[in-house]
Design a protein around this ligand. Structure first.
Ligand code: SF4
Length: 402
């Protein structure tokens, strides 16, 4: 298996992906791309949440025509976030018919299964690759096992029949998906696209298949890999599946850019997918985006919920201030604050954090020792422990990061 540092580096609108560069977080809009204002608003929301690249659907003439206006509006808002066009079935037509769109987009995403059937694949694929070369754009060849090429599916069915159904169908699908993206990448290179203009993805909706597929792909090519579980589903189920799959791959050194796909929830912001990506990277100790609050789960040793309330207050303080802190306090995202419920793990965990507080559990003295940089700083008591502790955090941040 290749280490991440051995992959090519692909430049997507100024954001470098692959090799030793940080794992990039990306997201995708779900607005109608031809609605320029709504699409720009959502891109800005995703950008503000920390998305480093945003993909938009380009499925018809109206959406293709809107791309230059979207890009120019984003620049008016001082956002130069790279925009990726997602093409299926008619990418070769839209990119040819709208040269400004082909120029303005920072990357094209195509799916080999949706480039053209009935003998049209080669011609359409060549047209898109030539446009990428002319416009000096990278391409993501994004296979998805929900949309394999018909010829590949026919091959799977016949292999299965020839083997009297003894062959593992899922394994055939995995091999087919890998063959599809690798052979498409080689074909693109043969047509003249540089190897460092290609990113691959091989998405499945099943965690163990995804791990097997990416582990295999990473061992046979040097293209940077875009990780993501496709059709991950709704809410918590989708988040848990995505976190499981991506964490295993990333901890094996596989993956250069990530996206978590969540079925839209009208009660939640689209930027949740960005936050989940950031939390994966932050939990793995790869990249921090904001100070971390370590808090204990509580147990029978503490029957009051004061430590829960205090943890939430500190989290709100961080969320409310992070926008300003990012500019004013470089490095503040690496801060760790511990809020613990009793003396069992309280002092120890608090000492491991930059700042920690150990609140009193049942039958303990009503005092709360505070630790800074591993040493006891002072003991808080009384009715306003929360205000005192928040003041201590603010002073610490100001002195350490200003
Ligand atoms: S720190 Fe104390 S209250 Fe919190 S989980 Fe551990 S034993 Fe329970």
């Amino acid at each position: 298996m290749l280490k991440r540092s051995e992959t090519y580096t692909v430049n997507v609108g100024g954001v470098e992906i692959g090799s030793a560069h940080p794992i990039r977080v990306q997201s995708m809009t779900n607005t109608d791309t031809s609605d320029v204002n709504s699409t720009v608003d959502q891109i800005l929301e995703l950008y503000d949440a920390g998305s480093e690249i945003v993909r938009v659907t380009v499925n018809d003439e109206e959406s293709a025509m809107s791309i230059p206006a979207i890009k120019s509006k984003l620049l008016q808002f001082n956002s130069n976030i790279p925009i990726v066009g997602d093409f299926h079935f008619n990418g070769h037509i839209l990119l040819s018919k709208y040269p400004e769109t082909a120029q303005v987009l920072d990357k094209y995403r195509i799916n080999p299964g949706n480039v053209g059937g009935k003998g049209k694949f080669d011609r359409n694929f060549e047209q898109i690759i030539n446009l990428a070369i002319e416009n000096d754009k990278p391409i993501r060849i994004g296979g998805n096992w929900g949309s394999l090429q018909k010829t590949d599916l026919d091959k799977i069915i016949s292999e299965k029949q020839d083997s009297n159904n003894t062959v593992d169908y899922s394994k055939l699908m995995r091999n087919c998906l890998i063959d599809s993206v690798i052979s498409s990448a080689k074909k693109a290179e043969a047509l003249g696209l540089a190897a460092n203009k290609i990113i691959l993805s091989c998405k499945t909706s099943n965690v163990s298949d995804l791990i097997d597929v990416y582990t295999e792909v990473s061992s046979i090519c040097k293209y940077p890999l875009h990780l993501g579980l496709t059709e991950a589903g709704l809410g918590r189920d989708a988040i848990i599946s995505s976190v499981s799959a991506l964490s295993i791959l990333i901890s094996r050194g596989i993956g250069d850019t990530i996206r978590v796909s969540l079925t839209p929830d009208s009660q939640k912001s689209r930027s949740e997918e960005v936050q989940v990506c950031q939390q994966i990277l932050s939990s793995l100790g790869i990249r921090n985006y904001k100070p971390k609050v370590v808090s204990c789960p509580g147990c029978g040793r503490t029957t009051n919920d004061y430590f829960v309330k205090l943890s939430k207050s500190i989290k709100h303080m961080i969320d409310d201030n992070m926008g300003q802190w990012k500019k004013k306090y470089p490095g503040v995202e690496d801060l760790t604050v511990a809020v613990m419920g009793c003396i069992v793990n309280g002092p120890g965990e608090s000492k491991h954090a930059d700042i920690g507080i150990s609140l009193p559990g049942n039958n303990e003295d009503p005092h709360a020792p505070v630790f800074i940089d591993g040493k006891k700083f002072k003991t808080l008591s009384g009715d306003n422990i929360e205000e005192q502790f928040i003041d201590i955090i603010q002073v610490y941040i100001d002195e350490r990061y200003n």
